[in-house]
Design a protein around this ligand. Structure first.
Ligand code: FO1
Length: 314
């Protein structure tokens, strides 16, 4: 059994590689829900949906989020009505949010709904939210951010989508994390796994919320020798999203060494890209074993090759 700690797109690609080289039923993905929010009365879980759609082969490769073959009639109607259309919910994608919201209203947990959706989409990986309790990532913008919200705290999707993550951040917190419990089975899965993979996701806002749920970081530290992370930073830049800028703004070098320093307490091995081979010694000096390989998963074959390395089979 293998556990993967997952954010959005990078994690979805890593998992798509892992299912090519390992039995999907032997993989548990613990997914970030700090990005979750309610809009139009609907419970939206972007990272869970990105992972589910990707593993089901239904993901939109152009946007990086949402469904393939999407249409936008509901959004167009909403715009006509003067409704909030800054967060684009496609017609097909809407069905997922309708289903999730209804099941939660009926009393199902997020874990239960996530498993139901995964099963009906034919996803073999066990997908688990990090917690069934609400944890919400919130970002304090710097006073000099140059937008109306400067100096204020905003919700994650406000920062990420509305402001296009193009504003400097002073700090990040995970509202509700102190009271959150790991979803059922998460701690046991971490204890039992032969290997724990930290997917190439944003260390601050994708992994941060997962680690903030009491018990998860401790469970990871106890398994440190078997924890392998893939750096989301390649040659000083994030492949997607604001991880590099955000790390720098929060005082962490936006490099593989910065990632190693952040993960060192609970992770024994960091996989870095060939482009960063020159930093392998500095990663090891930070107290983390370093493996150098091709980490950019731009084809299924490359994702599978990386998965073999990460799972110790390649
Ligand atoms: N990201 C955007 O940049 N713009 C959008 O309009 C948008 C809509 C959206 C709808 C459903 C969904 O599951 C994800 C969506 N995302 C959108 C992506 C998402 O908000 C972020 O990429 C993640 O939260 C970060 O991992």
């Amino acid at each position: 059994m293998v556990v993967a700690l997952a954010g959005g797109v990078g994690a979805a690609r890593m998992l798509a590689g892992m299912v090519q080289v390992a039995d999907p039923a032997s993989i548990t993905a613990v997914v970030n829900t700090g990005d979750d929010f309610v809009l139009h009365g609907l419970h939206i879980s972007p990272d869970i949906d990105t992972v589910t759609y990707t593993l089901a082969g239904l993901h939109n490769t152009e946007t990086g989020w949402g469904r393939t073959g999407e249409t936008w009639a509901a959004m167009d109607e909403l715009a006509t009505l003067g409704g909030e259309d800054w967060f684009r919910l496609g017609d097909r994608d809407l069905a997922t949010h309708l289903f999730r919201t209804q099941r939660l209203a009926e009393g199902a947990t997020l874990s239960e709904v996530t498993a139901e959706v995964a099963a009906r989409r034919g996803v073999g990986v066990r997908l688990v939210p990090m917690s069934d309790d609400p944890v919400r990532t919130r970002l304090q913008l710097r006073p000099d951010a140059g937008v109306a919200e400067a100096g204020r705290e905003v919700a994650f999707q406000h920062y990420f989508v509305r402001l296009r993550h193009d504003v400097p951040v002073a700090s990040v917190r995970f509202e509700g994390a102190e009271a959150a419990r790991p979803a059922p089975g998460v701690v046991a899965a971490l204890a039992d796994a032969r290997r724990i993979v930290i997917c190439p996701s944003n260390p601050v806002v994708s992994l941060g919320p997962v680690l903030a749920v009491p018990g998860i970081r401790q469970a990871l530290s106890a398994r440190r020798e078997d924890v392998v992370a893939v750096s989301p930073i390649v040659a000083g830049a994030a492949l997607k999203g604001p991880a590099d800028r955000m790390m720098a703004e929060l005082g962490h070098p936006p490099t593989v060494v910065g990632v190693a320093q952040l993960y060192q307490p609970f992770c024994a091995t960091l996989v870095i890209d060939e482009a960063d081979a020159g930093s392998a010694g500095a990663v090891e000096a930070a107290g983390v074993r370093c493996v150098v390989t091709a980490t950019v998963m731009d084809t299924p074959a490359r994702a599978a090759a990386l998965a073999r390395v990460v799972l110790g089979d390649g």
